[in-house]
Design a protein around this ligand. Structure first.
Ligand code: TXA
Ligand code: MG
Length: 314
């Protein structure tokens, strides 16, 4: 398949309207999108990504009005989170509208929705005038793409269009909250922290029982080919031309790594993590050392992704 590259969201929107797939930027990570109202377009998303169709997708909207064709009901907790955080790096799970193709949410009666804040993503959604179903724009099992070049590395030839945008500012996937029940349940930590969520709805539960767990979290995720080791200080990392280090503390001046990122704060660490994983794979690194942080605020989401990568690569 020929892939068309563009910087113009209006041009990319035409592909969505004709049920073709488009890679697009958001503030969290790049997405692999298609018309959520068309079952065939949605099926082709799973196929392009190599993703099992039991792992549900997120439906992105450019306006609250677009939700009328996607969700059956906006529950009180969802209303509160939407008022506080839309548009932004948060996804809410709600009862699915009966007319929305079931395949969007892997056959579930619920559906995940999100309104991204990145202006070019909103322009794409608003020009298409359609809800866009999109998982992260990576081949299933690889780290999410935070640049259009990384998304192209995985998906060039598998999608009709790649909308080029900036490097994702957040760099980690959105916070996912199940809002179908009386008390909301955190399913995936993200840039909207537990503290911010509970300031809006204090009843939020953060340890989801297994049956509520985000189906995607049961699958292997976020894994580079290299082995990922979690360490507490850079002294525990073994330097060499096949190892990489990322953290906040600088390694000793004599310690040379093939890839090394000393981030300036948690936000910077999160912003750079997935691209660092990909740089390590590109340059033949076999072991990646990640410095662990105390899991509060954004570091909760960051450590969640690092732990998953360590587990998948063991
Ligand atoms: O930041 C993001 O969320 C990015 C950008 C592109 O928006 N998207 C993303 O999509 O990370 P994906 O497919 O890689 O992750 C979606 C997560 C998965 O863990 C999936 O299981 C969960 O959301 N999810 C989707 N629909 C769900 C549902 N109905 N019930 C429970 N979890 C759901
Ligand atoms: Mg993903």
């Amino acid at each position: 398949m020929h892939t068309y590259f563009t910087d113009d969201p209006v041009e990319a929107a035409k592909f969505i309207s004709s049920d073709k797939l488009v890679v697009f930027p958001t503030e969290t990570v790049y997405g692999l999108g298609g018309n959520a109202l068309n079952a065939a377009a949605v099926e082709s998303i799973y196929e392009a990504k190599g993703r099992p169709s039991s792992n549900p997708l997120i439906v992105h909207v450019g306006a609250i009005a677009d939700l009328s064709r996607v969700v059956e009901e906006i529950t009180p907790s969802a209303h509160a989170f939407m008022d506080a955080f839309f548009p932004g790096p948060i996804t809410l799970v709600l009862p699915r509208h009966p007319s929305l193709p079931k395949v969007v949410s892997g056959g579930l009666d619920t559906v995940a929705i999100r309104m991204p804040s990145l202006p070019i993503a909103l322009q794409l959604l608003r020009s298409a005038g359609l809800p866009i179903a999109a998982p992260s724009a990576n081949i299933s099992g690889r780290p999410s793409a935070t640049t259009w070049q990384s998304a192209a590395e995985d998906l060039d030839g598998r999608v009709s269009c790649i909308l080029r945008g900036p490097k994702a500012t957040v760099g980690l996937e959105s916070t996912v909250v199940d809002c179908t029940g009386r008390s909301p349940i955190l399913l995936r930590p993200g840039a909207i922290s537990v503290g911010s969520l509970s300031a809006i709805v204090p009843e939020i539960s953060t340890d989801a029982p297994d049956i509520f767990r985000s189906p995607g979290l049961r699958h292997h995720h976020y894994a580079p080919s290299a082995r990922v080791c979690v360490i507490s200080t850079p002294d525990e990392a073994i330097p060499g031309d096949q190892t990489g280090y990322i953290g906040l503390a600088p390694p000793h001046a004599d310690a040379q790594f093939k890839q090394c990122v000393v981030a300036s704060h948690v936000k910077d660490y999160s912003h750079r993590l997935f691209e660092f994983f990909r740089d390590c794979d590109r340059s033949g690194v076999t072991t990646i050392y990640c410095q662990s942080l105390v899991e509060t605020g954004l570091a909760h989401a960051l450590m969640d992704r690092i732990r998953r990568a360590a587990k998948a690569s063991r």
